[in-house]
Design a protein around this ligand. Structure first.
Ligand SMILES: NC(=O)c1ccc[n+]([C@@H]2O[C@H](COP(=O)([O-])OP(=O)(O)OC[C@H]3O[C@@H](n4cnc5c(N)ncnc54)[C@H](OP(=O)(O)O)[C@@H]3O)[C@@H](O)[C@H]2O)c1
Length: 304
């Protein structure tokens, strides 16, 4: 099959398009004929790109772990997806990703893709959507009527978090650079704070939840913006300061079929829209990894 691989630790300059063995399904897997794949721009920095779960070198590696496509093969004993089903989901970080014609994924990490949803839009949903869902509801405990600050509310993850929080009946304050204000408003944010003009903590009363997708100094300062009993949830690094009387959480997104199905249902009904910033063909995966540095906002998707 045609695939994009990287043979040595390093940046996107090492990505090459070449022939690679088509994966077979291991126990619990299905093989998906990939139609679209989504990437996280800094995934080449993650250990899982280079080593398997036992820490053994697994290069050459195929990147891009969001997948949308059609089931081509199923392993004995798997439940759920059947050959010919349209599916989407999250490939294991420690195994090959979806920048290829085929990818093997654990069946439990995939959900059926409803007909109205296109593969390209679906490939922008799994990582960002599951991260937003788990950050807000599983780790953040967000409920209707509460107030949440979403740092990076115009980004791939933040934009979905803004929509999910709004849909759940929360009051949503998004933050980011000035150019993100329009996207955040489109996603349903009630208010926007331009971080380059204002310290966000001077502009808000203490809130129930801060969901941070930016990190750094902003994460350290965010503990002070959380109410007693509230939470500071980060996806970039463990918060260095805990909110007084509240919780600090850092987590790595986990695959979850039921949550994927919920995201698909919301997207199919028009209540949730992934922000696809750019779409590249497989042969231009290297450019896709560099897109963010060139000012693309939202998720970057590869069409196969
Ligand atoms: N823990 C996990 O499981 C998990 C899962 C997914 C992602 N992540 C991590 O979360 C981060 C965000 O991922 P993403 O895919 O949502 O990225 P993204 O689409 O680039 O979104 C980040 C958003 O934050 C904004 N931003 C970044 N730095 C900023 C700054 N200093 N001031 C103001 N705004 C700033 C960006 O604006 P600009 O476009 O203007 O830069 C963008 O709108 C990445 O570090 C990623 O690795 C972690």
């Amino acid at each position: 099959m045609r695939a994009v691989r990287i043979h040595r630790r390093g940046g996107s300059e090492g990505l090459v398009v070449e022939d690679a063995p088509r994966p077979g399904p291991a126990t619990g897997d299905v093989v998906v004929r990939v139609h679209a794949a989504g990437l996280v721009p800094d995934e080449l920095d993650w250990p899982g790109t280079w080593v398997d779960r036992a820490g053994r070198d697994r290069t050459p590696s195929i990147p891009a772990h969001d997948v949308a496509g059609v089931v081509a093969e199923v392993a004995y004993g798997t439940t759920g997806p059947a050959v010919g089903d349209r599916v989407f989901g999250l490939a294991d970080w420690h195994r090959d990703g979806a920048a290829a014609e085929y990818v093997a994924v654990e069946a439990r990490n995939l959900a059926r893709l409803p007909d109205p949803l296109e593969f390209t839009a679906a490939a922008a949903l799994p990582i960002a959507g599951l991260t937003a869902w788990q950050g807000l509801f599983v780790h953040g405990g967000l409920e209707s009527g509460q107030t949440v600050v979403v740092h990076g509310g115009g980004g791939g993850t933040g934009g979905l978090a803004v929509q999910l929080a709004r849909d759940a009946g929360a009051h949503v304050i998004a933050t980011g650079r000035a150019h993100a204000a329009g996207v955040a408003a489109e996603m349903g944010a009630h208010a926007f704070i331009d971080l380059e003009r204002q310290r966000f903590e001077d502009a808000v009363e203490p809130v129930d939840l801060v969901f941070d997708t930016i990190g750094g100094d902003l994460l350290a300062r965010s503990a002070g913006a959380v109410k007693p009993g509230g939470a500071l949830v980060s996806i970039t690094a463990p918060p260095p300061v805990e909110p007084a009387g509240g919780r600090a959480v850092f987590f790595i997104v986990e695959p979850d079929r039921d949550q994927l199905a919920e995201l698909a249902k919301l997207a199919a009904s028009g209540r949730l829209r992934a922000h696809v910033g750019a779409v590249y063909p497989l042969a231009e995966t290297r450019e896709a990894f560099e897109a963010k540095r060139k000012g693309v906002s939202g998720k970057v998707v590869i069409e196969v």
